[in-house]
Each structure stands twice: as structure tokens, then as C-alpha cells.
Design a protein around this ligand. Structure first.
Ligand SMILES: Nc1ncnc2c1ncn2[C@@H]1O[C@H](COP(=O)(O)OP(=O)(O)OP(=O)(O)O)[C@@H](O)[C@H]1O
Ligand code: SF4
Ligand SMILES: [Mg+2]
Length: 326
């Protein structure tokens, strides 16, 4: 079966006075029907720019999508006219942002805001729209949903606002949900509730999700597959099980060792990755991880490794076989 979304050789750059920031530099991946694909990587690795490129929301200037294709059910988003892209946003692809207040309008009731995408994208009468709003609020576990449609965002708690925003995102039953750090602003209990809720929706079969997060615990629990990004590229790609249990790229290995894991007693073994991610306006030559990499060879500072198949559902961009180097 063809994937829901296919991203081929995506390049998104930002043009400054003296430099070009190659925020996403030749990135390819797909999202299958009914799966959760995680994108992980340190701050500035290009995760959000990848997401914004899929929705064609890159601010221009200074940004520009300079290359690639993004097929949604066979249709290239990068070749669509503006009207068609607007139709796709909120209808076929919904984005859940980190901070709900930035995407909720403080002067409109919650019900109004949930109704809006339904009104714009679907041809249904007023009564059905209200019924749908109530149903959506119930689905995201807002108590007393019949009366809450008339509430304003400030009358909701942070967790409720986040859930209301998810209800808004789901109003048109999107094929793809992009959740960019959806829970970092929330406490742990609400975080778990929201992720469980999203997961139920994905597993009910009608949607897929791209989950962008720093939290590898979340990834282990919810993702089917993982893209590890570093300095604007995917450096490792595969099933969550493969990458979590047997990472093959030194950067992914570093990431796994830098966070606590449920399945290991890592208290004294936690090791942050030393050094900083590169300046994307002036990245090092060769493999951009080489200044921080304990496995680096001479070749690494000269040639950039391509993403290559390394057995099963597993790809990595690294010149060295870390298993035999150990
Ligand atoms: N509007 C912009 N103008 C200029 N540069 C930008 C802009 N947006 C992003 N960038 C640059 O693109 C690079 C990738 O940023 P991006 O927001 O995708 O990182 P991220 O992986 O989402 O990080 P985080 O985990 O902190 O959210 C960064 O170097 C950033 O400075
Ligand atoms: S290519 Fe070289 S520098 Fe880059 S991750 Fe692999 S070993 Fe490290
Ligand atoms: Mg981001």
C-alpha cells in the first residue's frame, strides 16, 4: 500500500545577510497509514522546519523550500496552488503546537473555534456542527461538554486548552496529525492523558501521526518508527524497536545514553552528549557530527555519509560500523 505521506529530498533554507542556514538538508521519509512516526533530535536539528515545510508554513523571506517533493496521497503539496494548500491545512493535515494559547483565539468561544474548520471545509448544517463540537469535546475528555462550547479559552486550565486545541485539530478528521512537542508545557499526568488520547485516535485507524519530541520515553511508548535528525539531516531511520534497542549511529547512541530509560537502571550511567550542535550557517565539513563523535575517522571530516540501508527496517548515515568498532 502506498504511504500516506512521502517526503523526497526536502531542502528548506533560511537566507541571512552573510550565510545560508540549511535547516532541512535533503531529508526523505514516509508516513504510513495508521502509524506514529517520531522525529527526535536536539534543539535546532530541523524538526519543526520539517513539519512547517509539510504544511507550507515556512516564513518567506527569510525561508524558502528550495527542493524536494512532498506527496500526500499522491498529490505533491509543493506543487499545489495556495487555495489547495489552504484546503489541505486543517482538513487533511492538522498541526498541534506546543503552546495552546498561541493557536486559540482569546476572544472567540471554544465552540466557535472548533466549529470554524468544519464550516470552512465541510458542507454541513448548523445543528450537526454543534453536535460535532460537543462530541469532539467529549472525546478529548472535557467535562460537561454541552455547556463548555460557550466558554472562552481563559476559562479553561492549561491542560483543558491543550485538549480543546486537539479537538479543534481533529474536527475535520485529518489524515495526518503533526504534533510538535505537544506536551512539554503540561504536567506529567496531563501529558500522559493527551498522548493516550492521540494514540487511541491513531490506533482507531483513520489517522497517522508525526510526533516531534525530545522525550525518548514518549518515543519508546508511542512511536512505530523513528527518524533521528541531526543538523538538518536524518542520520538514522527505522522501527522504534530497532533504534531504541540497537541504535547504530553514534549520535543516536549518545541520545539513548543521555536520558533515563525505563528498561534499565541507568542512574549512574547517564552521559550527556558533549559539545554543541553545529551552527547550521557554517557547519563543519564532512559528517556534521564529527567534532563530537568518539568514533570519528579521517574520512568523517572530509566526506558526508549518505543514509544507507543497514539491515531489516534500519538505515543510518555513518561511515563506521559501531558494533565492530566497540
Ligand atoms: N524563521 C526562521 N528564520 C531563520 N532561521 C530559522 C527560522 N526558523 C528556524 N530557523 C533555523 O532552522 C534551524 C532548525 O530549526 P527548528 O525550529 O526546525 O529546530 P527544532 O529541531 O524544531 O528545535 P527545537 O527542538 O528547539 O524545537 C535552526 O538553526 C533555526 O535557527
Ligand atoms: S560518519 Fe564518522 S563522525 Fe559521523 S557519526 Fe559516523 S563515525 Fe561519527
Ligand atoms: Mg521545534
Amino acid at each position: 500500500m502506498a504511504p500516506l505521506l512521502q517526503v523526497n529530498n526536502l531542502k528548506t533554507f533560511f537566507y541571512g545577510d552573510n550565510s545560508i542556514v540549511k535547516a532541512v538538508n535533503d531529508v526523505s521519509f514516509d508516513v504510513r497509514h495508521g502509524e506514529t512516526l517520531a522525529i527526535v533530535g536536539e534543539s535546532g536539528s530541523g524538526k519543526s522546519v520539517t513539519a512547517m515545510s509539510i504544511l507550507r508554513l515556512i516564513p518567506s523571506p527569510p525561508g524558502e523550500i528550495v527542493g524536494g517533493e512532498i506527496f500526500l496521497e499522491g498529490e505533491n503539496i509543493l506543487a499545489m496552488d495556495e487555495d489547495r494548500v489552504r484546503d489541505i491545512r486543517g482538513n487533511k493535515i492538522a498541526m498541534i503546537f506546543q503552546e495552546p494559547m498561541t493557536s486559540l483565539n482569546p476572544v472567540l468561544t471554544i465552540g466557535r473555534q472548533i466549529a470554524e474548520p468544519i464550516e470552512i471545509h465541510q458542507n454541513v448544517d448548523r445543528k450537526s456542527i454543534i453536535a460535532r463540537c460537543v462530541e469532539l469535546l467529549r472525546k478529548v475528555q472535557i467535562p460537561d461538554p454541552e455547556n463548555r462550547t460557550e466558554a472562552y479559552p481563559h476559562q479553561f486550565s492549561g491542560g483543558m486548552r491543550q485538549r480543546a486545541m486537539i479537538a479543534m485539530s481533529l474536527a475535520c478528521e485529518p489524515k495526518l496529525i503533526i504534533a510538535d512537542e505537544p506536551t512539554t508545557a503540561l504536567d506529567v499526568t496531563v501529558q500522559a492523558q493527551i498522548l493516550e488520547l492521540l494514540q487511541d485516535l491513531i490506533k482507531s485507524g483513520r489517522s497517522s501521526m508525526i510526533l516531534i519530541t525530545h522525550d525518548l520515553g514518549v518515543v519508546a511508548r508511542y512511536a512505530d518508527r523513528i527518524n533521528v535528525m541531526y543538523a538538518g539531516r536524518i542520520v538514522e531511520q527505522g522501527t522504534a524497536r530497532n533504534i531504541y534497542n540497537t541504535p547504530k549511529h553514534p549520535y543516536s547512541i549518545g541520545l539513548m545514553q543521555s536520558v533515563p530509560r525505563l528498561d534499565q537502571d541507568t542512574k549512574e550511567k547517564l552521559r550527556p552528549i558533549e559539545g554543541q550542535p553545529p551552527d547550521l550557517g557554517d557547519p563543519p565539513p564532512g559528517c556534521s557530527f564529527h567534532p563530537r563523535c568518539g568514533f570519528a575517522t579521517d574520512r568523517c571530516s572530509r566526506e558526508s555519509p549518505p543514509l544507507e540501508h543497514s539491515g531489516g527496517e534500519h538505515w543510518k548515515a555513518c561511515w563506521v560500523d559501531v558494533d565492530s568498532a566497540n
